[in-house]
Design a protein around this ligand. Structure first.
Ligand SMILES: [Zn+2]
Ligand SMILES: [Zn+2]
Length: 286
């Protein structure tokens, strides 16, 4: 099985063009936004574009296809209006993901500010359940991936336990699995950098979300220190994490099934390609 390594790509000129772009920069998987990440309204997917996406992906062997949900969606908001808009918007995200033929739709679990964490958890599970209710996802392999967050105050999902709790609540009603982000994991306080810390952090993965459920690793180095709760992504190897955590993850047989996708900054043209190249250079021959 070839290791799946890619990057978040912009979709100027149509999302299906990103498939060729992924291959041009040496990636065999990628993530994109299916709508403007800071606007509620989203355009419908052109079925011709979706068909072209499927053809190109098959021809060029690009997958899994990962979509990241808009930042506006907050499925556990205390405000009814925001929560209802979020359910509508997230339903649209799921519909578009299914039309594009995406395997995974990544979701940040949201902010429970003004509530208790437990109320937030319950609202998030209810909202996600309502968002997917009645949609035809069965048999497609589609999964919603709950992403761990940087652990900022009131944000749900700052620990593996919280991600696991939400996944458990949703198991009966929605196809859910997990996306872990290296930067979020690091700034939330987990140690991926030292040998002993990595082993301990992986023991916690095993005890909570489980290795099997982690379908995507967002590979981002961090600008901020471990435990800082500051979510600032950095180029692979140039931040407070360095390349070793990425080498360990990419070569960890327990994540052999997972895709590794960078969401690193684009400071200069060619940065996407450079980060993909660094990740690929860390993979050891089996
Ligand atoms: Zn991420
Ligand atoms: Zn982040």
């Amino acid at each position: 099985m070839t290791k799946r390594i890619g990057v978040h790509l912009g979709t100027a000129g149509g999302a299906s063009n990103a498939v060729e772009r992924a291959r041009e920069i040496g990636a065999n998987t990628f993530q994109f936004f299916s709508s403007s990440p800071r606007m509620w309204r989203a355009p419908k997917v052109d079925p011709k574009q979706a068909e072209r996406m499927r053809e190109l992906r098959a021809k060029l062997d690009v997958g899994p296809l990962v979509i990241h949900t808009s930042y506006l969606v907050n499925v556990c908001s205390q405000t009814d209006d925001v929560r209802e808009k979020s359910v509508d918007a997230f339903r649209g995200e799921i519909e578009r993901a299914l039309t594009w033929g995406a395997e995974y739709l990544v979701l940040h679990p949201g902010s429970w500010k003004g509530l208790t964490r437990d109320e937030g958890l319950k609202l998030a599970a209810d909202s996600i359940t309502r968002s997917i209710d009645g949609l035809a996802w069965q048999g497609t392999g589609f999964h919603i991936l709950i992403e761990n967050t940087a652990g900022a105050e009131f944000s749900l999902g700052g620990s593996f336990e919280q991600v696991a709790e939400l996944v458990t609540r949703l198991k009966a009603t929605a196809p859910v699995a997990v996306c872990l982000d290296t930067c979020h994991t690091h700034v939330a306080g987990y140690d991926l950098v030292s040998d002993a810390g990595y082993a301990e952090t992986m023991a916690q993965v095993a005890a909570t979300v489980t290795f099997e459920a982690v379908k995507v690793w967002h590979c981002n180095d961090a600008k901020a220190e471990r435990g800082s709760k500051l979510d600032r992504h950095e180029h692979i190897g140039q931040g407070t994490m360095g390349v070793e955590p990425f080498r360990r993850l990419l070569n960890d047989a327990r994540f052999a099934h997972a895709a590794f996708i960078a969401e690193t900054p684009v400071d200069e043209p060619g940065d996407e390609e450079r980060n993909v190249r660094v990740l690929k250079s860390l993979v050891q021959a089996a």
